[in-house]
Design a protein around this ligand. Structure first.
Ligand code: PLP
Length: 352
């Protein structure tokens, strides 16, 4: 796969960093006219379809993995080691990317969701991990990022003792922000599409979890001179923790690329209205948003990430000024739908 022709010269040493292109090209920027008519056609709604393209059901983590896998390749790694929730999309895509590179993948699944669906442990991403032939490990704590990372080190040592050359994709914020770099590339791609298609986007809504997508996109836009507001919808932790995390992540990107940080504190906007009851569980507003998006635009959204960001997007659309243009960043998560069959059955009854 060849590198996309995108000018990244504004981003310091970014162009010199190892990168393996996993995306098959720019993802579509598409109009959502049917959803727009829910708001009487008074706002223009767009979706950047990062759920399409690249690899094994796609998603935002494809862009993030380009830089990790690039580094793994330079290091001649023969195995990727990664951690995530049981229904993590990141680990499924890491396993898929590893296969494209002809190497192995070890996945550590953390217990992050206490009250889960009967299908949560067997279907969706878990099934795909097995299909991709990844080796699965488990970690009992879902809230201990440093501990989960430390245990990846234990798995790595064991593999090394058997002659393997593992590469770790870390979880906690203390590491190089390689994942966020993928969304700097996306910012550049998006601004080009906006220009080519003649849109003027007034606001972007995105799921904010580890923060790599949110921070990378915001950093990229500001550095390229765009002031489009980016609203992060919290999917993992409350706004009081997520806001500082995004600010820190932006500073980390600047330090890593050896350039100035163009993101001000006011640029960082996070909303945790749709987070309850917590990570990996969806409330009625979120399930209803998923149904509305499917039944207007045939958009497939999941209860953990994109259902929440869509609920946030709809809330923004209902408050937006007449004539404004809002963009939803569809970050994927589609396979996880199948891990929530029971929750969907309940939603079908409730919102029939
Ligand atoms: C489908 C989907 N959307 C959004 C996110 C959040 O992205 P980030 O971790 O970059 O904040 C994730 C994270 O796993 C995800 O899988």
């Amino acid at each position: 796969m060849k590198d996309q022709k995108i000018d990244l010269s504004a981003f310091g040493r970014l162009t010199g960093l190892p990168r393996t292109t996993l995306m098959s090209g720019p993802t579509p920027l598409s109009a959502l006219p049917n959803l727009g008519s829910v708001y009487n056609g008074e706002v223009s709604l767009l979706a950047k379809r990062d759920d399409i393209g690249g690899l094994a059901f796609g998603g935002n983590k494809v862009r993030q993995l380009e830089f990790y896998l690039g580094e793994a390749k330079v290091q001649n790694a023969d195995t990727i080691i990664i951690t995530g929730a049981v229904q993590s999309n990141f680990v499924r895509l890491a396993a898929a990317a590893a296969r494209k590179l002809g190497i192995d993948c070890h996945i550590q699944l953390e217990e992050r969701v206490a009250k889960s669906d009967p299908y949560y442990r067997t279907s969706g991403n878990v099934l795909l991990n097995k299909l991709l032939g990844a080796t699965l490990h488990s970690y009992p704590d879902g809230e201990d990022e440093a501990g989960a990372d430390k245990n990846l080190g234990v798995i790595a040592e064991d593999l090394k003792s058997k002659g393997a050359k593992p590469y770790i994709v870390p979880l906690a914020p203390g590491h190089a922000p390689l994942g966020a770099l993928g969304y700097i590339v996306c910012a550049q791609e998006l601004l080009q599409q906006q220009k080519d298609q003649g849109h003027e986007i007034d606001e972007i809504v995105v799921a904010s979890g580890s923060g790599n997508t949110h921070a990378g996109l915001l950093f990229g836009l500001r550095r390229l001179g765009s002031s489009i507001p980016v609203k992060g919808v919290c999917v993992r932790r409350g706004a009081d923790e997520q806001g500082p995390r995004i600010k820190e992540r932006c500073q980390k990107i600047a330090d890593f690329l050896e350039i100035d940080n163009p993101v001000s504190d006011d640029d960082v906007e996070v909303d945790d209205t749709f987070l309850p009851p917590g990570y990996g569980e969806a409330n009625n507003d979120v399930m209803q948003a998923i149904l509305v998006a499917a039944r207007t635009e045939a958009l497939m959204l999941d209860p953990t990430y994109t259902g929440k960001s869509m609920a946030g997007f709809m809330a923004r659309a209902s408050q937006a000024k007449k004539g404004s243009t809002l963009m939803f960043l569809h970050t994927g998560g589609t396979p996880a739908i199948f891990a929530y069959e029971t929750a969907f059955e309940r939603a079908f009854e409730k919102f029939a």
